[in-house]
Write a protein that binds this ligand. Structure first.
Ligand code: PDD
Length: 284
């Protein structure tokens, strides 16, 4: 069945949706995006995604394509029109179309595209068995705090992980893990402390990361925001990643080294449950 998608003011069947070949999103990856998850037909952590979109656009001097109220309404329309109970809404804003030139002008009209993806996130087979990761050099640009559509290196790293029989890659710079290809990396120390890298231009400020930090504090679980090495991660009690599309996903193997029993640990499993419960409660 064809989806209804949104392109620059119109709701259309996906086959009819069109973007100019001169769009800088297409030519230059001059675009930012957000992915908000849907559970029970409602949007999770929406305020965080809305705020991060505004920040990403501000950093690139791309104007907001519509008001926050309009953007929320488009999300809701797409969820309803496509009958999405569980899945995600993908939103992309590009600087718009102009004859190809490295320089842009301030008067460009941004493009706004949204579509839904229906999929099971709570009942994920990977959450049952845990994810295996390999470590790879982080060869991305140095403004990873901006959620741009320049995802080629992340895709290549994911492919390299799959070719090595793993599920994903953790990216390493100056000996420390920055983040996963499309998620934030966490470890659980033998003392039960959660460790995740402090925010900077080196990684994306994950919305799921921020929510989980609040939920951990409420559950009296300590969190340390600091960088950690691959060696420390291999010796950790547990590890996991967070993202809108995976929630809290246990990591059970790093570079072929099993963590604990090599199956999802109790802390990651509990945090996943808390995340699902709390996000359902606060969904809009
Ligand atoms: N990825 N780091 C990177 C590089 C990411 O691409 C993402 C999200 C995250 C986690 O952010 P959040 O918790 O706000 O989803 C961290 C999305 C889900 C994607 O590209 O599909």
């Amino acid at each position: 069945m064809s989806r209804i998608v949104y392109v620059n003011g119109e709701y259309l069947p996906e086959e009819e949706a069109k973007i100019s070949i001169f769009d800088r999103g297409f030519l230059m990856a001059d675009a930012v995006y957000e992915v908000a998850s849907v559970l029970d037909g409602k949007l999770l952590d929406y305020a965080g995604h809305e705020a991060r979109l505004a920040r990403s656009l501000g950093e690139l001097e791309i104007p907001m394509p519509a008001s926050p109220e309009e953007i929320l309404e488009i999300h809701r329309q797409l969820v309803t029109r496509n009958g999405v109970e569980e899945g995600a809404v993908y939103m992309q804003v590009t600087r718009g179309a102009a004859d190809r030139d490295f320089a842009w002008t301030a008067d460009m009209t941004p493009s706004l595209v949204l579509f839904t993806q229906a999929k099971a996130i709570v009942a994920s087979p990977m959450a049952q068995r845990g994810s295996k990761v390999i470590s790879l050099d982080d060869l991305r640009w140095h403004r990873r705090d901006i959620k741009t559509t320049q995802l080629l290196y992340a895709s290549m790293a994911k492919m390299q992980a799959k070719a090595a029989g793993a599920d994903d890659a953790w990216l390493v710079e100056d000996g420390k893990i920055t983040e996963g290809t499309s998620n934030n990396a966490w470890i659980v120390t033998k003392d039960g402390v959660l460790v995740t890298r402090q925010l900077s231009n080196d990684l994306l400020a994950g919305i799921t990361r921020a929510s989980l930090m609040r939920y951990a504090a409420e559950a009296q679980i300590s969190v340390e925001e600091r960088a950690f090495t691959v060696e420390e991660a291999k010796g950790a009690a547990e590890a996991f990643v967070t993202s809108a599309s995976a929630f809290v996903m246990p990591v059970v193997e790093i570079d072929g080294v099993k963590l604990g029993a090599g199956s999802p640990g109790p802390v990651a499993t509990r945090l996943r449950e808390i995340y699902v419960e709390e996000s359902r409660r606060t969904a809009i």
